[in-house]
Write a protein of this length. Structure first.
Length: 148
């Protein structure tokens, strides 16, 4: 199995873990703030937001281009706030649908990148791991802890 295939599988498995962590939560529970001012809903919006901006970055990297202009995403907190603000008023069911669609697009974009770009230390691998499996596991663990 190639590095790419393994990382794609890990992302899908971790995404399933994330879904299990939120399984059975009501809309009210999803909106309850517990991570600063964020609840589960905001965490999911934040994940989708990073998918949205990193999906095209994967394609640019594969073409030998910079993923995005230097400094664009240096202020993660501002981007996270922007992602959440943009989804104010969006129904939780729609947030969940967007999460699933954004994961599918993100993983789909990664599938089109030639395998050699997934070598340890590469920009593609780092981008994919930081916004895929690693990101899902981080937030799934936080949600499971909160639910306890």
């Amino acid at each position: 199995m190639s590095d790419q295939e393994r990382l794609l599988r890990e992302a899908d498995d971790a995404f399933t873990e994330l879904h299990r962590a939120i399984e059975g939560l009501s809309d009210e529970e999803m909106r309850q703030g517990w991570l600063g001012s964020w609840g589960v809903r905001e965490i999911l919006i934040h994940i989708s937001g990073w998918h949205e901006v990193m999906t095209p970055a994967l394609g640019r990297i594969a073409r030998g281009e910079a993923p995005y202009p230097a400094g664009t995403y240096d202020d993660f907190d501002a981007w996270n706030a922007r992602f959440v603000l943009q989804k104010t008023g969006v129904k939780t069911d729609d947030v969940l649908a967007e999460l699933d669609a954004s994961h599918k697009a993100f993983v789909g974009a990664a599938r089109t990148v030639p395998d050699h770009h997934f070598e340890t230390g590469s920009a593609v691998r780092e981008t994919f791991e930081n916004n895929g499996a690693g990101h899902y596991r981080e937030h799934a663990a936080q949600i499971r802890e909160w639910r306890r």
